[in-house]
Design a binder for this molecule. Sequence first.
Ligand code: SF4
Ligand code: SF4
Length: 274
Amino acid sequence: MGKVFVFDVSKCSGCRNCQIACKDEHVDNDWSPYAKPQPDTGQFWNRIEEKVRGQVPKVKVAYTLHMCQHCDDAPCMKAAPEAVYKREDGLVIIDPDKAKGCEKLANACPYGAIFWNEELELPQKCTGCAHLIDAGQIPHCVDVCAHGAIRFGDEEEFAEEIAQAQALVPERADLDRPRVYYLNMPKRFLAGIVIDPEEDEVIIGAKVTAQNIGTGEVLVTQTDEFGDFWFHQVSAAQWRVYVEADGYMTRVFEESTTEEDRNTGPLELYRNAL
Ligand code: SF4
Ligand code: SF4
């Protein structure tokens, strides 16, 4: 048992206070034996990546934390066992004295978390603010996050959330056994708007049914007061969509969320002939 980070995507506003805090903590500060100073440009030991999902006007933005995952089976440790070690609390540290000149380490991390400092001839990355942990404090990025999107603590304290979490790169989870856990990672959405082109009005309360063609899963919703419908957190799949409203002919079409979130755009319903 050791320390873990838990990042909740649904709580992150993208303010990037955490990125600035990392700079504040490490630029011009020598925290040997854990890290030499971070350069003020060119390196982000933690970084919030913004992803715009969907198509205008149905767009959502998701922010995801990228940083050293403090892997239990770390590829960087295998690449340079003489220079990288794991502390008892689980934090992975590049020893700045032993790693001097070890440029190959900069390419050893599958998460892109290690940076090469040309001036110091050092590979560098997040230390989990090990110098603060030793002083009974928490990492600076965690401390400044007003939304509680990044948390840090004992593994057992987060056991329930860890059971529901996923890895940043799910296909590498068993390989590297990362110690940064992600909650509420976005799946896909499928959305659109239903309109009556003859009346030039949106249709409120239309029933929209989405059937996953591969699994048969069926989802049902209704258009809101703006004529919009949203299916959130759906699978990456091919969908058959039925749009029904009283007095209108039913519309059926197929849509794919395999590659990306989908905004179907305006769906026109025509009135039944009398
Ligand atoms: S400080 Fe918190 S809310 Fe702001 S970008 Fe970082 S994780 Fe997200
Ligand atoms: S995320 Fe990269 S740098 Fe961090 S422990 Fe894993 S392999 Fe090493």
